[in-house]
Ligand binder design. Structure first.
Ligand code: ADE
Length: 239
């Protein structure tokens, strides 16, 4: 079955948005993946179609109602056991390895949070896995959901051609990507590093590896520590 994402949102008009353009958009058009967007408000039960209410215990903002969201999830969930995600700044940070897992499965159901949050009881009873895309707060979960879907879709079979292939890219080996250059050979007095034009593939690979390591060490000490632990420097004395 085709990989598909089901999105529950209060703003269905935001989709497909950027997912309808470029790599993901082309793949959507050719049926390599599918997007099923549903309006949470369609599951409201009262005359005013209300979806939120004030937080129990007081405080600012509004909370998405458990009954309304549960009804929306139950209506959307098909027989397949699919991951159920809730985009939220308090979730576990999204990583490339989780993206790979999600891209390998049938595709997730994604709830886009809004307001001050979602009633805790629906998170628990519907087994929602909270996912964050970074330590900053967006106005809603939609852009976060698009980010996650985009990261998955580009990994689906047939989506990336050889030209866009991501085998060497940042995170896939635990290092940030090395710097890239192309024509012109000189730009504002800066030439392309000689080694890249040498035709010596082993030297090019060694240079790129050293650049990637240096970048990772200065920019991402967290990634560097993990990578260095798994790739200890080779002993010069042999053995
Ligand atoms: N909703 C608001 N902020 C978010 C974040 N950083 N990640 C995921 N969902 C969010």
């Amino acid at each position: 079955m085709t990989w598909h994402a089901t999105v529950l949102t209060l703003f269905p008009e935001m989709f497909p948005g950027p997912l309808g353009v470029s790599l993901a958009g082309r793949a959507l058009g050719t049926g390599l993946w599918a997007l099923d967007v549903r309006d949470i408000r369609d599951s409201a039960t009262d005359r005013h179609r209300s979806v939120d209410d004030t937080p129990a215990g007081g405080g600012p903002g509004m909370v998405l109602r458990a009954d309304v969201l549960a009804k929306a999830i139950d209506a959307a969930e098909l027989s397949l056991e699919r991951p159920r995600l809730l985009m939220s700044p308090r979730g576990r940070p999204l990583t490339q390895s989780r993206v790979v897992e999600l891209a390998t499965g049938p595709g997730p159901l994604i709830v886009c949070g809004q307001f001050e949050g979602v009633d805790q009881r629906v998170i628990e009873t519907r087994g929602l896995e909270e996912v964050s895309i970074g330590d900053y707060v967006l106005s809603g979960g939609e852009i976060a959901a698009m980010t996650l879907i985009d990261a998955c879709v580009r990994l689906l079979p047939g989506v990336m051609g050889k030209a866009e292939s991501g085998t060497d890219e940042s995170f896939s080996h635990g290092l940030l990507e090395y710097p890239q250059y192309t024509r012109p050979q000189e730009f504002e007095g800066r030439p392309i590093p000689d080694i890249l034009l040498s035709g010596d593939h082993a030297k090019v690979a060694a240079w790129r590896r050293a650049e990637a390591e240096a970048l990772t060490e200065t920019r991402r000490p967290d990634l560097w520590t993990a990578w260095a632990r798994q790739n200890p420097p080779k002993s010069k004395t042999g053995g």
